[in-house]
Design a protein around this ligand. Structure first.
Ligand SMILES: *Cc1c(COP(=O)(O)O)cnc(C)c1O
Length: 339
């Protein structure tokens, strides 16, 4: 078997949900869009339901089928993108709650599924998704299960947009007796005034920033397919980007940019053999990495790219991106195991 192994620590995942839940006096949902941030939404959601989560969020209705199958009928599944053309059957069959984002979506929902529950997403200043202030009247919320909005800068606690959005959300929802939700992971960390009735953490559950105290959830180990010794002046990989200055032992690993180990990591990321760092040598290929293992006395069967020595956010920083993108790019080729 030449695929990498992605190990998901379900205890750490549950501990992260409990830790975020303990920071608030209100209900804590779980965001499991993008296949549970790349880890497998069914298994992730089931573990979070066991920890106590009763509400889940996905981005699009199509993501809800696997989730409903894993969770059974009771948990609430909300859909951020609302009620799109073609969604009606799935919303009804899977018993989903669309977060309606515009007067058009409200009209579509009322016409297609009168009496079926729904939530509303309003725009408090991010200008991405949600009903605009000029289209909004609080009466629209009559009968809704939830009124929610999303913060643009919650990972920067001092950013003035946080308070501005909080004020806008408060004024748009003043007097409503319907559950409200504003905070994702970042908003949860901003403090009680951002919590309202329901928080919606995603990345923090999976061990990512801005939840600094999160336990790491993901480990990725990559098998070594072949080892060779380069003489000084010989090169490895595309573009001859790595050139050996001395006799160098190169291990070829089975994973590449098609597995989310993006090309921007070329020549920068480190792999680990236990506690020994082994630098990536040259460019990342689609399915392969070449790694300098000269320092190892004995070369193991696998090297680690995500784990205690290199977290999701550290690897992201090396590649000039964020942990969210690393996790959701990992792709289907890994053998996903839980511990
Ligand atoms: C993705 C998303 C979340 C979860 O955000 P995290 O930063 O991962 O905690 C919550 N709400 C909305 C609307 C989202 O799009």
């Amino acid at each position: 078997m030449a695929t990498g192994t992605l190990t998901i620590d379900l205890d750490a995942l549950q501990a992260n949900w409990r830790a975020l839940d303990a920071m608030t006096a209100t209900e804590t949902a779980a965001v499991v869009k993008a296949d549970g941030y790349g880890l497998g939404s069914g298994r992730v959601a089931k573990a979070l339901a066991d920890a106590g989560a009763r509400q889940f969020f996905v981005a699009v209705t199509e993501e809800a089928a696997a989730l409903r199958a894993a969770l059974g009928p009771a948990p609430i599944i909300n859909v951020f993108s609302g009620h799109m053309d073609g969604d009606t059957q799935m919303i009804a069959d899977l018993n989903l709650i669309p977060m309606l984002n515009s007067p058009e979506q409200i009209a579509r929902h009322q016409a297609a599924l009168p009496g079926h529950h729904y939530g509303l997403q309003i725009d408090s200043g991010m200008n991405r998704l949600g009903i605009e202030a000029y289209d909004w009247s609080p009466e629209m919320a009559e009968g809704a299960t939830l009124v929610m909005s999303h913060l643009a800068c919650a990972d920067e606690p001092d950013h003035p947009a946080n308070e501005a959005q909080l004020k806008a959300f408060l004024s748009m929802t003043a007097g409503l007796r319907i559950p409200r939700s504003l905070a994702a992971t970042g908003g949860t960390l901003l403090g009680a005034e951002y919590h309202f009735d329901l928080t919606r953490p995603g990345i923090g559950l999976y061990g990512g920033l801005p939840f600094k105290a999160a336990q790491p959830v993901v480990t990725v180990d990559l098998p070594i397919i072949q080892i060779r010794t380069l003489q000084p002046g010989e090169s490895a990989g595309y573009g001859c980007a790595f050139v050996a200055e001395k006799e160098t032992k190169i291990a070829t690993l089975s994973a590449g940019y098609a597995d989310g180990l993006i090309r921007a990591m070329s020549g920068k990321a480190t792999l680990w053999a236990g506690d020994v760092p082994c630098p990536l040598a040259g460019r990342v290929s689609m399915d392969l990495l070449t790694v300098d293992v000269t320092e190892l006395e004995e070369v193991p069967k696998t090297l680690q790219i995500l784990g205690p020595h290199q977290t999701v956010d550290q690897l992201a920083a090396i590649a000039g991106t964020i942990g969210y993108e690393i996790l959701t790019s990992l792709g289907p080729r890994y053998k996903r195991v839980t511990k």
